[in-house]
Design a protein around this ligand. Structure first.
Ligand code: MN
Length: 236
């Protein structure tokens, strides 16, 4: 039996009006899971009361990128640099995480997904890079294409990431928010030279996240394909 990988979907309009809404996930998440031998299953944003039923149908949960996590999710007020949010998505994904952890099923978060995990476990975010005490690196690498890495990270060699990544690694970067206070049960697994947290994992449950985008470099960087191999076949 192939492992069933639930991917929490996002929503957006296909055209620039308030009609034609679609539920979706970036295709490379689907491709990455399929090529690693998993069976991807998209979980559309829904009521928190369905979270338990969804989790019963999957083996592992993947949280993708997207909007900023709503500051109300971690008790903050919206800063002027806050981007688009979807509080329904936050609540649904946090409910999925809670049920997955309760059921002992692995959870992995990418970019916003990692930030959502930190918030779900009681941590906080900086709403924009400009709010850091010291100037940070360019973490929104536009206009450099996303399949190219643009800044280094140091991998914690006592982490799950070290099972498939070298200590000195290069990642792509497309995030204007960063983790501020790390949730109590997480440890840092990857750090940028400016101190920005680029990877986390729980010391209690099979829960981990990365701040970069393995799916966007899937076809250009072999190690990013290893990310999917690890998640689908080894992460437990
Ligand atoms: Mn970065």
């Amino acid at each position: 039996m192939k492992p069933v990988i639930g991917i929490a979907a996002n929503e957006q309009t296909m055209i620039d009006t308030d009609s034609h809404w679609i539920s979706y996930t970036p295709k490379n998440f689907v491709t990455g899971v399929q090529n690693a031998g998993g069976l991807p299953l998209l979980l559309p944003i829904g009521t928190i009361y369905d979270a338990k039923s969804y989790i019963q149908k999957i083996d592992k949960l993947l949280l993708a990128g997207g909007q900023d996590v709503s500051p109300e999710s971690y008790g903050a007020l919206p800063h002027q640099k806050l981007g688009a949010t979807n509080h329904r998505r936050d609540l649904f994904e946090m409910a999925l995480v809670k049920e997955a952890v309760k059921a002992g099923k692995p959870v992995i978060g990418v970019c916003r997904g990692m930030q959502l995990l930190n918030v779900a476990f009681g941590g906080t975010l900086l709403q924009d890079l400009s709010l850091a005490k010291e100037p940070l690196l360019k973490h929104v690498q536009v206009p450099t294409p996303f399949e190219l890495p643009t800044h280094p990270v140091e991998i914690n060699m006592n982490s799950r990431l070290a099972e498939f990544l070298p200590q000195n690694y290069q990642v792509n970067s497309f995030h204007h928010q960063v983790i501020d206070e790390l949730a109590a049960e997480f440890v840092v697994t990857a750090t940028a030279p400016d101190g920005v947290i680029e990877g986390i994992e729980s010391v209690k449950s099979p829960v981990m996240g990365v701040q970069w985008h393995p799916e966007l470099a899937y076809f250009t960087i072999e190690k990013e394909r290893a990310f999917f191999e690890y998640f689908v076949n080894k992460f437990a």
